[in-house]
Every structure is written in structure tokens, then in C-alpha cells.
Design a protein around this ligand. Structure first.
Ligand SMILES: NC(=O)c1ccc[n+]([C@@H]2O[C@H](COP(=O)([O-])OP(=O)(O)OC[C@H]3O[C@@H](n4cnc5c(N)ncnc54)[C@H](O)[C@@H]3O)[C@@H](O)[C@H]2O)c1
Length: 292
């Protein structure tokens, strides 16, 4: 099956990025949200990211009008989905919201439409039945689309295996590197590995083994990384990190969740708020002397 039209549900951070990459890659895109302010945010984000792609030479500036014209923003669910070959859902990471959205779009989407969710830590099997077409339902999970380009393809036991090659081909057209999971796993591949690293860093800090800077330094120097685990948490957002870590039952995760809550209570949610473990826009780990 050939994918030409992509419908994005949720015009937030990730929905906007997937929408832009889809338009850059030649797809016709419809972006749906329940809030006009989210659609406004999405339009502004797309223009900003597009300028960045022009500056880095990844996309020619002459293509701006053509790319922008390929994206339609709408508050009307019917209009959003009427031509869709595929839905990529990036609504709020809340099972109640996702369930409601899949029930709604399961009823109004054309029969041909493939359903994909971009959930970070939940499973496709949690929503597949709600969608009314479990065989067409699969997790298709992006990271940040432009810098981190792995896309996880994670079917549930009822997914039609014929959908996998369609998603692999789509992932490549969207300039991602597809990886296919053989079974469902919360956190897919990369996020599972990342959580282990962040958990180890949190444990070292809780046990007062070393400073935030030295823990990050150890990782950055040996693996030639631009940031360490605490820099990563700042970039993900300490609010998101708190949601994930506070749900883990072990003693160290719970202690670290309390520490994160302290930062959040001070209005420090990481890079997006200007402060977290480091201060932005010039965190000390970006100083070349940091790793000397
Ligand atoms: N932020 C990340 O780094 C990241 C990475 C990969 C995957 N994800 C996943 O992508 C999804 C979205 O994350 P985000 O960071 O873009 O969140 P976000 O908060 O930036 O955006 C969520 C959007 O969903 C909209 N929304 C809420 N209810 C809706 C409904 N009923 N119908 C349509 N839209 C609705 C909100 O108005 C908002 O615009 C989550 O499942 C998240 O786990 C996030």
C-alpha cells in the first residue's frame, strides 16, 4: 500500500516535528488538535524548524512555499482524516486521552487508514481494541525526528504483519532508521537503554558518590557524547523525567523523584525553562573546558 496522505493527531512538540518531516519528504499532511493555541504553536514551531533546516543546508530555501502548502492545520476531526492513508497519533501521554482519541478516529477514519501511535512508554495493545481495527494498529515511535532519527516499529500480537514493511518503508522516506521489535516492550529499544543510564546516574547522585558534573563528565568523555545523563534529563524536561521516574517503585527512583520535584517546585523544568541541573542557554557542559 502506498502512503501519500498523513494525518497527525496532536499538534504539540512531537506532532509538529513529524508533520514537518512528512511535508519535507513529500507527503500531504493534515494536523489536528482540540486547541487552537496548539495549532498556532505547531505552525510557529514548523516555521522555526524549517529555517533551521534551510540554514543547515538539509532543505533548500526555495522549497519553503511548497513545504508549508502541504500542511493543513485543522480543529475539525473529519476534515483531518478524510484522505488519510495513515494516522500518526501524538496526543498527550495520558491513557484516558489516547483511548478517547482512538475511539473517535476509529469511527470516522476511512477503512484504508493505518493507525499508529507515538506513545513513549505505553503499548499499542492498550488502545488497539479501542480503535476498532486492531489489525491495522501499530506503535510507530519517533525520538526527536531531526537529531535522533531512530523510529521504533512495535506491533502488538494482533497487528497484521503486512503493515510492518509499509512502516519500514515510510520510516526510511521520513529519513529515520527503522528498528522492528519482535514483541511489545515499554520504552521500546532506545528508551529502555536510556532509562537504565538515567537510573544509574540517579543512583550515583542519591548515594552521594559524585557530583552531577562528574557523573556527566564520565559519560561524555568516554563515549564522546555532547551531554551526560543530567544534561539529557534537562533536554527531555524534568517534568517528563519526573512522570516516568516517579512511577518506578524502587527506593532509588522514589528518592530521585523527590529530588526532581524539588527542582520543579522552583520552576526549573530543564532547558525549556532556562534552568534544571544546568542553566541555559549556555550550560557549563557545553564549555570545551568542561571535559578537559
Ligand atoms: N516529547 C518527546 O520528546 C517525545 C518523544 C517521543 C514520543 N513522544 C510522545 O508523543 C506524544 C506527544 O508528546 P509531546 O511531547 O508532543 O506532547 P505535547 O504536550 O507537546 O502535545 C500534545 C498535544 O496533544 C493535544 N491533545 C490533547 N488531547 C487531544 C485530543 N483529544 N485530540 C487531539 N489533540 C489532543 C494537546 O492539545 C497538545 O497539543 C506523547 O505520547 C509522548 O509520549 C514525545
Amino acid at each position: 500500500m502506498e502512503i501519500k496522505n498523513i494525518c497527525i493527531l496532536g499538534a504539540g512538540n512531537l506532532g509538529s516535528r513529524i508533520a514537518l518531516q512528512s511535508a519535507v519528504s513529500g507527503f500531504v499532511v493534515s494536523v489536528y488538535d482540540i486547541e487552537q493555541k496548539s495549532l498556532d504553536f505547531s505552525q510557529a514551531t514548523i516555521v522555526r524548524l524549517l529555517q533551521h533546516l534551510f540554514r543547515s543546508g538539509e532543505v533548500s530555501g526555495e522549497r519553503e512555499a511548497e513545504i508549508v502548502a502541504r500542511i493543513n492545520f485543522t480543529l475539525d476531526p473529519q476534515e483531518a482524516v478524510e484522505e488519510a492513508d495513515l494516522i500518526s497519533e501524538s496526543v498527550t501521554e495520558d491513557p484516558t486521552v489516547k483511548r478517547k482519541v482512538w475511539r473517535q478516529f476509529g469511527e470516522i477514519a476511512p477503512a484504508k487508514t493505518i493507525f499508529t501511535t507515538n506513545t513513549s512508554y505505553m503499548l499499542a495493545s492498550m488502545f488497539a481494541e479501542d480503535s476498532g481495527r486492531p489489525e491495522k494498529f501499530c506503535a510507530f515511535h519517533f525520538h526527536d525526528v531531526f537529531y535522533s532519527r531512530v523510529v521504533d516499529i512495535m506491533p502488538h500480537t494482533g497487528t497484521d504483519p503486512g503493515i510492518i514493511p509499509v512502516l519500514e518503508a515510510l520510516g526510511r522516506k521520513l529519513k529515520q532508521v527503522p528498528v522492528v521489535l519482535k514483541k511489545e516492550n515499554p520504552g521500546y529499544l532506545f528508551n529502555t537503554l536510556l532509562l537504565a543510564l538515567l537510573g544509574a546516574a540517579a543512583k550515583l547522585l542519591n548515594k552521594e558518590v559524585a557530583s552531577i558534573q562528574d557523573i556527566d563528565r564520565a559519560w561524555m568523555v568516554n563515549f564522546h557524547m555532547p551531554m551526560g545523563p543530567f544534561g539529557i534529563m534537562d533536554s527531555v524536561g524534568l517534568d517528563t523525567a519526573w512522570h516516568i521516574i516517579s512511577a518506578l517503585p524502587d527506593r532509588h527512583s522514589q528518592a530521585f523523584a523527590v529530588l526532581l520535584k524539588g527542582y520543579l517546585n522552583e520552576g526549573k523544568s530543564g532547558e525549556k525553562s532556562g534552568a534544571g541541573f544546568y542553566t541555559y542557554p549556555n550550560p557549563e557542559f557545553k564549555d570545551p573546558d568542561f571535559i578537559k
